[in-house]
Structures are given as C-alpha cells and as structure tokens.
Write a protein that binds this ligand. Structure first.
Ligand SMILES: NC(=O)C1=CN([C@@H]2O[C@H](COP(=O)(O)OP(=O)(O)OC[C@H]3O[C@@H](n4cnc5c(N)ncnc54)[C@H](OP(=O)(O)O)[C@@H]3O)[C@@H](O)[C@H]2O)[C@@H](O)CC1
Ligand SMILES: Nc1ncnc2c1ncn2[C@@H]1O[C@H](COP(=O)(O)OP(=O)(O)O)[C@@H](O)[C@H]1O
Ligand SMILES: [K+]
Length: 533
C-alpha cells in the first residue's frame, strides 16, 4: 500500500524531467540531486538490511543506475558489505551517472556474473523514469533473476524511483517488472505508483526530498493528483449553522422495475447519508409498493417513462439525478437517459445500465451530454467502459471527426480511449464525452474534460461487492445536490466510499457503506478543524 499523507501531486515521467530541468536551471547541479537521491536510498537500505549485512546493488545504464552507484558508495562507507552489478559496460555511462560510477571505489561486476543468493537486500537501480521500451535480453534476464531471488529467498528488494520495468506514467509493466518490497521515489510520486499493476509492484512507496522545491510545481502544473481530502476539502459542503434542508439540495434516483428496486434504494441511501437535504426515488408504478414498504426518510414519485420523467424534472429544485442502477439495458433506458439529459443545470450521474444502453454508440450519448447544460458524471467500471467506448468503429471515428474539435485532437482522444493506461483512457473519454468520467476499480480514476485527473488508492478490496457502485453513484449525487463542484464531488465520494469501507472492515456489504459514513464524516470534519458538541 502507498503510505498516506504524501504530497498529492503526481508527476508523469516528462513532468518530472521538467521539474528536474527547472531545478538545475535554478542553480542546483544535477549531480547534487543524484547525490541526494542516492543518500536517501542508502538511508532506507540501511534500515532494511541487518547491520554489516550483504547488499547487492543492480545498476542500469542511466541516472537510475547513477543513484545506485551513490547509494552503494555510501553504504560501503557505513560498513555494509556491498556488491555492485552493472547491466552495461562502464564506458556506456554518461553524465552524472558516469560521475557517480567514478566516485564508486569498489568492484564492478557484470550482472549475469553476480551471485545474488547470499544477499540480505537487493537494491534495484536498473531503470527508472527513462524506461523507453519493453525489457528484453539481458535487462529482462536481470529482472527475472531478481524476482526469482526475492520469491525464493524472501529477502527485501528496494526499488529506486520505480520497480524496473514499471512505466511511471502509466503503471504498466513493460515486458517484465521487478516485484519490490519497498519503493523510494523522489520529490513527488508518479501515477504509476498508484495505478495497477504498478502499485502492486511497488508495494510500499515512500517519497524522499532531494532538493527540488515545490515552487517548480507552479510551472510544471501537474494535471494528476492522488485523491486525498486536502485536494477537495476546501470545496466540501460542510453543513452550515444557518442552513436548512432545502439549501442542501434534492437528489432524484430512478428505479428499475419490480424485480430490480434494490439498486435505486442503495443509491438513494448513499445520497441521503452524503448529505442531500431531500432524496426521492422515481419508480415505475408497479414497484411503488415495494419501495414504500422499504423506505422512510426517502420519498417516492411515480415515473413510468420519459414523459413522466420530464414532468418530474420540471421541478428545478431537484438538482442532482442518478440514472442507471437496476434500470435494465435497452431502448427504454436509452430513452430515459436522453430525457434526463434535456437541457437543465442539474448534475446528472449516469451509471451502469444507462451507460451499457449506449453500447457502441458513445457518439449519441456524447451529443446529448454536450447539449444538456449541467454537469454530467459517467461512472463506468472497466466492462461498462469497454462497452461504451471500446469498439468505436472507423465510421464512428469519421462522425466524431466532424464534431467541434480538430481532427488531430479527436484522433488523439480516440487513441487515448484504447490506451493501456487507465489514466489516459479516462482522460480521453472525458474529453470525448464532455463529461466527468469516473473509471472504477482498485485504482479508480476521476477525469475532467479539461485534463485534470485524480487517482484513488484508498479503497479496500472488500468494496468489490454487489451494489457498492450504486451507493457510490448516489453519494456523488448527494454531494452535487449540495452544490459541490462535480469533479470534486465525484472525487470526494470515491474517497468517502473507500473510507466507509475501511472503517467497516472486511465482510462489508453495500448496505453497510452509507451506514459507515457518519463516523467517516465526523473524522473528516474534525480534520477540517470543526468541533462537535
Ligand atoms: N527526476 C529527478 O529529478 C531525478 C532523477 N534521478 C534518477 O534518474 C532516473 C532517470 O534517469 P534517466 O532519465 O537517465 O533514465 P533511466 O531510467 O536511468 O534509464 C535510461 C537508460 O535506460 C535505457 N533504456 C530505456 N529503456 C530500456 C529498455 N527497455 N531496455 C534497455 N535499456 C533501456 C536508455 O537507453 P536508450 O533508450 O537511450 O537506448 C537509457 O540508457 C530517475 O528514475 C531517478 O532514479 C536522480 O538521479 C535525481 C534527480
Ligand atoms: N479490488 C478492488 N479494490 C477496491 N475497490 C474496488 C475493487 N474492485 C471494485 N472496487 C470498487 O467497488 C465498486 C464496485 O462498483 P460496481 O462495479 O459498479 O459494482 P455494482 O454494479 O455491483 O454496484 C466501485 O466503487 C469500485 O471502484
Ligand atoms: K528502479
């Protein structure tokens, strides 16, 4: 797991290179950054290895390897028994890495000739931010050997910056990747430390200060952040002393037929617990009795189709809408969704069947979203995402290419939809649809059409239980109803959803999530400095 209370900004490899360049331009030599990075690695290693223990450092051809040379030198000076393996010939090293290698006063062994078996700790300094292609040949063999060592010997592996083979920007494995027991990165984390499978390869990630100041962030302006309350806390709709329920909005949740009413109740309960002043379930008449028997604080209205929905929505006080859970996939849900997207300023959260009903026709959905005025949040899991965006055909592309963006931008977005990176997929979908896209999973990404994105790594695996997504959709609506801006509302809902599940613990079922929110909200409000009677 990634340790918390780390700075939220996440820098891609190229943003990190820019931070590096700006720091060097401000007068800090690159070699000083490498010395600091190597010193941080050595300090961490000195805690992971036994006193005077045997440490093997695997160095690659670039600056990641340079960090390894520095760490090796400092650990040797502290009386560890250090062996260093280099993937390439020493003549291949350049710049700061070559300088770090010159300062190393021990032997350099070819990696394939190294004996790993006796090591108490291995430092992986093969590849970091400069990984440019899939690992093969000797690089792949080195990673395979290292993984076999840690699997068989159960000894720790400390990765420098990222586990070698993990793409820091996407979190994807490039051919093969090191399984680390701890990862130490510098200045700020990268998306790949949070996204899967990268996060699993990192195990625990820590961040070391190496002398890059946060002032560079004003220039780099990273677009991606870790989903933490400090990012959206300032916009959280804390109940006001002079508030009343009508000032806290009215969320509307559409229900499925008599056989599918539970999803709407889960979403409605999520909206209510997230603080919406009023919540109504709009239900087919045949299911009214089922809801009425099960609900108390939540109200009901009858809605048997798009016309009735349009009539209900004439009430502008209903300022947030959830549509999709339990509705069924097909023409009826499609018609309801299009009716819900009629121009109005309310927030619309489209989930589950509302998304699947537009299978292969993201184009029509996006047209309706763009005409709908108010904010729209799409909350697909991977399967729903693939159904909606996965198989856009060349014809669809041509239709898209006639839309408002220039062809090059659209083509880029279409490529983004097929990217292996979950972050890029969500970003591309948000830009294409003109909606906030919340792509669910253990590494939920929330992407705004303007390019901002949030990655969540706080949700426990027991959230993967039937109906938990319905609760999440309702919670987003509950926060939007209270006028929280939708991108922040979606992000906050993901966090609260995860925090509720953490608070409840294993064995959680979807019904438990809303009920664990009071404790989570109390702690959150306390962290904002609020006191309670
Ligand atoms: N950011 C900062 O502020 C600071 C960063 N620091 C450190 O610098 C690291 C980044 O260094 P970096 O840019 O030199 O890249 P790095 O990961 O060492 O690899 C590049 C080399 O690998 C090669 N290569 C690439 N892919 C390959 C493949 N599949 N198979 C085989 N070879 C492959 C590539 O060769 P080429 O592509 O040119 O053929 C090139 O030779 C960063 O992770 C951090 O540890 C610190 O020192 C302090 C400040
Ligand atoms: N392995 C996991 N770890 C953490 N959260 C998960 C994991 N798998 C799924 N989730 C979360 O659980 C929820 C499931 O939502 P969804 O797939 O829509 O389920 P349902 O349709 O049953 O409501 C989402 O919030 C998702 O992010
Ligand atoms: K590494």
């Amino acid at each position: 797991m990634t340790s918390h209370r780390l700075p939220p900004e996440l820098l891609s490899n190229s943003e990190m290179a820019e931070a590096d360049r700006l720091t060097i331009a401000s007068g800090v030599p690159g070699y000083a950054l490498m010395e600091n990075a190597g010193a941080a690695v050595a300090l961490e290693a000195s805690w992971l290895a036994p006193r005077h223990g045997r440490i093997v450092v695997l160095c690659g051809p670039g600056n990641n390897g340079g960090d390894g040379f520095v760490a090796a030198r400092l650990l040797k000076a502290r009386d560890f028994s250090v062996t260093l393996g280099l993937l390439v010939s020493i003549d291949a090293l350049r710049g700061d890495a070559a300088a770090a290698a010159r300062a190393w006063n021990g032997e350099i062994t070819a990696i394939e000739a190294l004996d790993l078996d006796a090591a108490d700790l291995v430092i992986d300094a093969l590849f970091g931010a400069g990984l440019a292609r899939d690992l093969d040949g000797p690089a792949r063999a080195a990673v395979d050997r290292l993984n076999a060592f840690s699997r068989e010997r159960k000894k720790p592996v400390l990765a420098v910056d990222v586990p070698s083979g993990i793409d820091g920007t996407s979190g994807q494995v490039r051919g093969v990747a090191v399984w680390a027991s701890k990862t130490i990165t510098f200045f700020r984390r990268k998306p790949g430390h949070l996204l899967l499978p990268g996060r699993l390869h990192c195990n625990e990630t820590i961040v070391a200060d190496i002398g890059i100041t946060s002032a560079v962030l004003d220039v780099v302006r990273p677009a991606t952040q870790a989903n933490e309350p400090e990012v959206w806390g300032g916009l959280y709709p804390v109940p006001r002393i002079d508030g009343h329920k009508y000032a806290r909005g009215h969320a509307l949740v559409l229900s499925g037929d008599l056989a599918h009413t539970g999803a709407a109740r889960l979403a409605a309960r999520g909206a209510l617990r997230a603080g919406a002043g009023l919540v109504t379930i709009a239900t087919p008449r045949e299911a009214l009795g089922a809801h009425a028997a099960a609900l108390t604080a939540i109200m009901t209205a009858v809605c048997d189709g798009p016309e009735e929905l349009a009539a209900i929505l004439e009430d502008g006080r209903k300022n947030a809408l959830v549509l999709g859970p339990g509705l069924g996939v097909g023409a009826a849900t499609r018609a309801l969704t299009l009716s819900a997207l009629a121009p109005a300023s309310r927030a619309k959260i489209l989930d589950a069947d509302a998304l699947s009903s537009f299978k292969g026709d993201a184009f029509s959905l996006a047209q309706a979203i763009r005409g709908s005025g108010g904010p729209v949040v799409l909350t697909p899991h991977d399967g729903e995402f693939a159904r909606l965006f996965g198989d856009l055909s060349a014809d669809d592309e041509r239709r898209w290419l006639k839309s408002d963006a220039d062809p090059e931008t659209l083509q880029k977005r279409l490529n983004g939809l097929r990217s292996v990176s979950k972050l890029e997929r969500a970003r591309a979908a948000a830009a294409l649809a003109g909606a906030i896209v919340l792509l669910k999973g253990p590494d939920t990404v929330v992407a705004h059409p303007d390019g901002r994105a949030m990655i969540d790594d706080t949700s426990p695996p027991w959230l993967a239980t039937a109906g938990s997504g319905d609760v999440l959709a309702g919670m987003i609506a509950g926060l939007c109803a209270q006028s929280m801006p939708p991108f922040e509302a979606a992000s906050a809902a993901v966090w609260l959803h995860g925090a509720g599940a953490r608070h409840f613990g294993p064995g959680l079922v979807a019904e438990d999530i809303p009920e664990s929110l009071p404790a989570v909200l109390r702690a959150l409000f306390q962290s904002f400095g609020l006191t309670f009677p």
